[in-house]
Every structure is written in structure tokens, then in C-alpha cells.
Write a protein that binds this ligand. Sequence first.
Ligand code: NDP
Length: 332
Amino acid sequence: ATEIRLASRPHGVPTDENFAIVDTEIPSPGEGQILVRNLIMSVDPAMRGRMRDVKSYAPPFEVGEVMYGGAVGEVVESNVDDVKPGDHVLHQAGWRTHAVLDAKRFVKVDASAAPLSTYLGVLGMPGLTAYAGLLESAEFKPGDTVFVSGAAGAVGSLVGQLAKLKGAKRVIGSAGSAEKVRHLVEDLGFDAAFNYKDGPVAEQLHKAAPEGIDVYFDNVGGEHLEAAIDAITLHGRIAVCGMISQYNATEPTPAPRNLSQIIAKRITIRGLLVIDHWGLQQQFVSEIAPLVSSGEIKYSETFVDGIRNAPEAFLGLLSGANTGKMLVRIAE
Ligand code: NDP
């Protein structure tokens, strides 16, 4: 078996040195446990937060310990009723090839209902984040003009498509390459998109949405948030999902400089954590899964092969190497 441990805490942009790849014995399941062979694992921006030694909604990774995160695997041995070898399970013991799990620590997933990878992406945590964030946190309504940053990523790509399907007047996305901008408009049906590296976000957003925006779904923070506050209309709503432009910052970053507009425009800014929205999971899956299988909602995945390349996948995620969900294929 192989596992990835946190070797040291990064200062700024993480590097290979922060990870240790360690070969270990395959563990044995005890009473009430299963042994899982992991097939696919997720790397997520929030893992950058867990590399820090600060109190947050999720406990930090410990230096010297194996990291964790979403994964799907195949049951190899089972001492749990109703779970048998060959079953597939979703759990939080990623970053390793094999895991022993208590019965409470996994849920079974159906490989015949949807590709296993989708339980980590469009039908999983990032999908629910997009769904709950747009519909509840941002209080989306038909006719809204919606701007989403990080639009070619796992969360952002679903936010934009959902807004279109649910009757947005106009959907605008930003992303970090010309190819991603093309993908948003030509493949995913965004009305407009721009590459935030091409020039000031405020100027590009103004061109894409000359009449302003009603909703901003923030995955990026910083300059994007400032531009959105400038562009937002009266009673506009901002769902703050992530601020990835700041995750590697070594100094406190300047807030948007235009917060006083919150008053005159009566802006609602609401932070969003997917863990508060598990109650929507059933509704989300029953609504979105059919749209995914019919192709009305499209999703992309970027795979990196091999557990030893999991750090590379994570570093790539932070620098935009992915279109759609970034995943590591651990085994076939
Ligand atoms: P993505 O699939 O969107 O991958 C991250 C993307 O961020 C990269 O592909 C890159 O795309 C972009 N990025 C990296 N650095 C910057 C930068 N400096 N400025 C702008 N964009 C940047 O990841 P997810 O869909 O999983 O997550 C998207 C956001 O949602 C993150 O902020 C994450 O923390 C947040 N999140 C929050 C949750 C919650 O409960 N609040 C739950 C899940 C995710 P590009 O090429 O466009 O730069």
C-alpha cells in the first residue's frame, strides 16, 4: 500500500517537499470494519486550508500523518453486514491506496447509476456546493444576470449551467485561459466569458455585463470580488464560496476597496459552507443526475494517474491545470 503524508506545512505556494510518499503494509479490517482499495480520489482547494495549522471548520492535516479527503473505492474485505467485496463506497480516506473504515465512515455508491468519478464531482460535494450556493445562498431567481468566477472548475461550471437552465437572463464566467473561456461559451452555453489574466477584471466584467449583474458567485475573492461589487445592481446578492486567489497568501490580503457600496446598493453578501446543506443532497441528486445523464448538464474531469502523482494533481489544481473536476486515478 502507499499513502501520502503531510511532510511539512507550506509557506506560500505548496511544493513537492511538503508531501511524503510512503509505502506501507496493507491494513486489515477488524470487527465492524471494511478494507477498501481506492480507485479515484479528489483533490480540493480546501485542502490548502487544512495544510495550515489553524482552527477552522475542518481539522488541519497533522505533520507526519497521512492526509485525507474524498475518495471512492472498491471493498476488498468486509466485516460489515450488507457490504460485500466488490461493492463501491464513498468516504474521506483518500490520499492512500488502501483504507480500513468503520461502518459509519462510508456510504455505498452505485457504479451502474453513474460513473464513480461523478460522486466526487458533479453529483458529489462540489455539485452540491454549486446547487446550494446558487439557489439558497445567492437566492437566485429567473431573470437574474449571474457572474461566476472560477467558472471552468468543478463548482463554477455547474453554477453557470444551472443558472442558465433555471432561467438566468445572462450568465458570465471568468477563468484563467483562452481555452477555458472558449469552453465556457461554446461547450457550456455561458453568454459571455473572459480570461481574468488578460486585463483588469472590472473592465472585462463591465464589457461582458454592461447593465450590471444581480448575482455574483465568488470562488476567487480579491480583485474579482471588488469588480463584482462595482458591477452589482441594487439589492444584488453575493454568495462567497471560496477565495482561491488568497489561499497561498503569506500576508493578510487587502479587502475589496469598495465595501461602502454595500450600503447604497443594499447588497447581501453571504458566506457558504457545503456542510450546512447536506439536507439538500437528495433533492440535488434527484434533480441533477437525470440532467447529467441526458447531457443537458455537461461536466469535465481532469485525471492525473497514480497515487504518487497526487501531490502534482493538488499543485496543478491550485494553478489551474484542471478543467472541471481534478481527480487522481489510483487504480482501475
Ligand atoms: P476548481 O475546480 O474551480 O479548481 C480551482 C481553480 O481555481 C483552478 O482550476 C484555477 O482555474 C482557479 N484559480 C487558481 N488560482 C486562482 C487565482 N489566483 N485567481 C483566480 N482563479 C484561480 O475547484 P473547486 O470547484 O473544487 O472549488 C472552487 C472554489 O470553491 C474554491 O475557492 C473552493 O475553495 C470553493 N469551495 C467551497 C466550498 C464551500 O463549502 N464553501 C466547497 C467546495 C469548494 P483558472 O485556470 O481559471 O485560474
